[in-house]
Design a protein around this ligand. Structure first.
Ligand code: GLN
Length: 281
């Protein structure tokens, strides 16, 4: 008898100790080992055998390696993104920025989009996939991240509308040559406090330069905010992802630069998104 179903059940049991999504993780690893989509695998499950290397993938996951690293991709906004240890794995919570971009576009769709700290390119490319007339630029300080972002633009057939540039906003004048102004500026900068204790999965496997931003986790917002004035088009919007406890501090910072700010919560009920406008809406 085919044993993939039994192997999945046993793996899900083992994974309970390290993840909130043991069955899903096991299915994604099994589908990867079988070189099938998860949907196909589930349909054909009773006929399938667990491939030999499934055990090895499971061991890696049990050592806290993220599923996305083991299988090399992560779904975000219904699209498949290549990921590596050089980029932050796109989080479901960040989809809130895409929802907000769509809501704001009801008034006036964005034509030029900028993504600050683009990483895998997930925010920029998901947004471009929603606005066929828009073009976008993603910047990042990491050459290896930009390579992944390029690959993702290619995978999603968005290379003609997405440009990427290596820029480090800790260097003065970083924003001087950006071809603005932009109607929509997206940013999921590093915002974790250097004192925070993260899960092994995040701390051991994800790039620290995409996570940590000083003791308060505010260093990068402080750098980005003064540059926005020059980059943002009249009537444009800035969408900041923030940490669950940063709404008050980042709102105050943004207000001190003359923005009107609205906060929204993610599906877990945590503050996650700030929308900055030049005028009250
Ligand atoms: N949301 C990420 C986490 O909780 C942090 C992302 C970031 O710093 N931009 O691990």
């Amino acid at each position: 008898m085919a044993d993939a179903a039994a192997a999945l059940r046993a793996a899900a049991q083992d994974l309970q100790s390290i993840t909130d999504t043991p069955r899903l993780d096991a299915e994604l690893l099994m589908a990867h080992a079988l070189e099938m989509s998860r949907e196909d695998m589930l349909l054909k499950l009773p006929e399938l055998n667990a491939p030999r290397d499934f055990r090895e993938l499971l061991q890696r996951r049990l050592a806290h390696e993220p599923v996305a690293h083991i299988i090399g991709e992560k779904e975000f906004w219904g699209l498949s993104f290549q990921v590596s240890p050089d980029v932050l794995i796109p989080r479901p919570d960040s989809e809130l920025l895409i929802e907000e971009a769509i809501r704001l576009a009801a008034e006036k769709p964005p034509v030029r989009i900028l993504d600050l700290g683009t990483g895998s390119g997930a925010l920029l490319l998901a947004t471009l996939s929603e606005f066929p007339d828009a073009t976008g630029m993603g910047i990042d300080a990491s050459a290896s991240a930009l390579e992944i972002a390029h690959n993702n633009a290619d995978r999603l057939s968005l290379t003609d509308r997405a440009q990427f540039r290596m820029l480090d906003w800790t260097c003065s004048g970083w924003a001087n040559d950006l071809p603005g102004p932009f109607d929509l500026i997206l940013a999921n900068p590093p915002y974790v406090s250097t004192d925070a204790s993260l899960s092994a999965e995040v701390a051991q496997y994800e790039p620290h330069e995409a996570l940590f931003a000083g003791v308060e986790g505010l260093d990068d917002y402080r750098i980005i905010l003064p540059a926005l004035e020059k980059l943002l088009a009249t009537g444009g919007h800035v969408l900041f992802e923030i940490g669950y406890d940063q709404a008050k501090n980042v709102t105050q910072l943004a207000e001190s630069h003359g923005y009107f700010v609205q906060c929204q919560q993610d599906l877990g009920g945590n503050d996650r998104l700030l929308t900055l406008n030049r005028t009250a809406s």
